[in-house]
Design a protein around this ligand. Structure first.
Ligand code: AHR
Ligand code: AHR
Length: 482
């Protein structure tokens, strides 16, 4: 049995079921998600390899070969059409895309394996979000519901709010108790749990709750596993947070009791929209990775959830690398040569903090040669990927800021580490490597008017132009000049 079969036999059926990695009903053979490619705007639906099985990641890989793809739709597997699509602007924020919509996730940002078969999760940077404001069968008012999500326990931040669950149908903050969603991250503006986080909390609107108290509840532990199962459920004057390692072991209960010690949360005023990666009012400051999740009708028993956790563990989520193409070895010193026809004698260099391309030859000054030479080090944020230290300014690294590339001193912050981590991939034009931003996987090193940024073909920035995109993001990584 799959998670939604288990919830159904427990009397609390799924009313929404979302996953880009696998079917959540054992009989499900329909589309799991849709991808759209930059090259021609065509879309393709990705289905499980077999009924109840893992997503056909190879179909995505061949459709997206030689271009980049975004996840446009995460289909609802329940038959209720509670699909998740690009989130519209809300009360807190306009998204970065046309019309104030939020960005869409890269199709290849979160590769994993399930029982050894490759699949892709939904890697959500700040500014990215999905939503459905016109749902069918999702709890409203004080009605009972449950939900779980499988997330990446190492991908989070302190922005508001990486959520999955029940939110306002208006994308506006309509008051306390108008949401009931899983939150994951280490924001401490509202509640928090034991240790330094990240924590599973419940976003009930105008508050992330870790238990009965408005602020700290030490019964809610910091999450330390790579894969995490997060559970929130609620019924009249009773709600719970549960969690566990999605790759092994059981769920434990962080809180199960009455509604929080604050006004406006009993009775609840749930509205029944569904959000992923954002707050109820389209707050877009958070990041995280989603693999699968459901919402139920009715308050699931702990026993039902324990069986779902056993099923998740049996799915055997495991990591796999985001890196491909020619080796870019830690410990080596490198140069990056542009491959666009205009620019094949130009190399990535820097002038002060500005990263650019310059013509460099064996006859160039030693200062220019050094400015075009880089140490490859283990990725500051993630050891699967790499960071590039300036040879002429030790301790300074290439990092993105407002999507431009800069050489800045490492200030030791998590933000800097993430901004300075890149995952080399086979060059998109067939030459060399394309350097994918770890934290914004839709974006790659690009030279545009000889200035470096992280760019996405067709994105909202000037340097996101689709013209010569594949060439502009492909660099031959060779020996350093100095
Ligand atoms: O409850 C925390 C956040 O507060 C909600 O997600 C958002 O709607 C509001 O800004
Ligand atoms: O480059 C995008 C973001 O801009 C970086 O992650 C952050 O440092 C800055 O706000």
């Amino acid at each position: 049995a799959a998670p939604c079969d288990i919830y159904a036999s427990g009397g609390t059926p799924c009313v929404a079921a979302h996953s880009t990695t696998r079917a959540l009903f054992s009989a499900f053979t329909g589309s799991l998600y849709q991808v759209k490619r930059a090259s021609d705007g065509a879309t393709k639906n990705i289905a499980p390899l077999s009924a109840g099985g893992v997503a056909n990641a190879a179909a995505q890989d061949s459709f997206c070969a030689g271009t980049t793809c975004l996840i446009t739709i995460i289909f609802d597997q329940t038959g209720r059409s509670n699909h998740l699509t690009q989130a519209p602007p809300g009360g807190a924020a306009q998204g970065p895309e046309a019309g104030g919509f939020d960005s869409l996730a890269a199709a290849d940002g979160a590769p994993v394996t399930l029982n050894g078969q490759k699949a892709y999760g939904v890697f959500i940077p700040p500014g990215t979000g999905y939503r459905n404001d016109a749902t069918n069968g999702i709890a409203t008012g004080d009605a009972s519901e449950g939900m779980y999500a499988v997330l990446d326990g190492t991908h989070f931040n302190g922005g508001c709010c990486f959520d999955y669950g029940n939110a306002e149908t208006s994308a506006r903050d309509t008051g306390n108790g108008h949401m009931e969603a899983i939150y994951f991250g280490d924001i401490t503006v509202w509640g928090s749990g034991a240790g330094r986080g990240p924590w599973i909390m419940a976003d009930l609107e105008n508050g992330l709750f870790s238990g009965f108290n408005v602020k700290v509840n030490t019964g809610d532990p910091s999450v330390t596993s790579r894969f995490v199962t997060a559970v929130v459920k609620g019924q009249p004057n009773n709600w719970a947070i549960r969690g566990g390692n999605a790759a092994s072991g059981a769920l434990s209960t962080a809180y199960n009791g009455v509604r929080p010690n604050a006004t406006g949360y009993n009775p609840m005023k749930k509205e029944g929209a569904i959000i992923l990666g954002i707050g109820g009012d389209n707050s877009i400051g958070a990041q995280g990775t989603f693999y699968e999740g459901v919402m139920t009708s009715g308050f699931p028993s702990d026993a039902t959830e324990n069986s779902v956790q056993a099923n998740i563990v049996a799915a055997k989520y495991a990591t796999t690398s985001r890196v491909s193409g020619p080796a870019v070895n830690v410990g080596s010193t490198v140069s990056f040569r542009a491959t666009t026809a205009c620019c094949t004698t130009r190399f990535i260099a820097h002038t002060g903090t500005a990263v650019n391309t310059q013509v460099v030859t064996s006859g160039s000054s030693s200062a220019l040669k050094l400015s075009a030479s880089w140490n490859v080090v283990t990725g500051l944020a993630n050891s699967e990927c790499v960071s590039f230290e300036s040879r002429d300014t030790p301790g300074s690294f290439i990092r993105h800021f407002n999507f431009g590339l800069l050489v800045n001193a490492n200030d030791g912050s998590k933000q800097f580490h993430e901004d300075a981590t890149f995952c080399p991939r086979a060059g998109l034009n067939g030459q060399g490597s394309s350097l994918q931003s770890w934290s914004y996987p839709t974006r790659y090193f690009r030279h545009f008017n000889n200035v470096l940024s992280i760019a996405r073909s067709g994105g909202p920035q000037t340097f996101d132009s689709a013209t010569s995109f594949n060439d502009d993001i492909s660099f031959v990584v060779g020996a350093a000049f100095a």
